[in-house]
Design a protein around this ligand. Structure first.
Ligand code: ADP
Length: 174
């Protein structure tokens, strides 16, 4: 039986992540989507909110489980007996980062293979930070995330108010 982990921040989960998870789940017996519990980054959504959104998205897929975790990803993979870690690749800059991470992870735990799936064309530009920024500026994210994610983001952003520092405007504002 092949068990795999798809780790990430999922702040929030978007259609690019969902596509990778669905495709990865067809290649293995069980896929665990593992949501970073204790982020180093300044996240918009709490671990509970991020986990609960991912759970809602995949509640009808028996091959996918969702959980939070902290610490080294490879240690988490080993602790649940996963042999494979999936990552998604969009552009060359992703490749450089994922390549270095895969080599570091392999040094730590040669038993866990990193498998990178290439994004589907329509999701090439999608990232959680783009979704957060568009949502914070009142833009339409309905083609980028499922309705439940859109609803939660709107609620969260309105609770933070307009001058929140968690979603800095980077590029889409100009
Ligand atoms: P992390 O902080 O680990 O990068 P993310 O939630 O940003 O967490 O991403 C989790 C995984 O999903 C990463 O492997 C990332 O490259 C991949 N990913 C993010 N956006 C896309 C996308 N649009 N298409 C394919 N893969 C993606």
């Amino acid at each position: 039986m092949i068990k795999a982990v798809f780790p990430g921040s999922f702040d929030p989960i978007h259609n690019g992540h969902i596509d990778i998870a669905n495709r990865a789940s067809k290649l293995v017996d069980e896929l665990v989507i593992a949501v970073y519990d204790k982020p180093l980054k300044n996240f918009l959504l709490s671990p509970e909110e991020r986990i609960s959104l991912v759970q809602s998205v995949f509640e009808e897929n028996p091959r996918i489980k969702v959980t939070g975790y902290s610490g080294l990803t490879v240690n988490y993979c080993e602790s649940i007996g996963a042999q494979v870690m999936f990552r998604g690749l969009r552009v060359f800059s992703d490749f450089e980062y994922e390549f270095r991470m895969a080599l570091a992870n392999h040094r730590l735990t040669p038993n866990v293979e990193v498998v990178a799936l290439i994004t589907s064309e329509e999701h090439t530009f999608l990232s959680s930070s783009t979704v957060r920024e568009i949502a914070s500026l009142g833009g339409d994210i309905s083609t980028m995330v499922p309705p439940i994610v859109e609803k939660m983001l709107k609620k969260k952003l309105s609770s933070l108010g307009e001058n929140n520092v968690i979603v800095p405007g980077q590029a889409l504002r100009d």
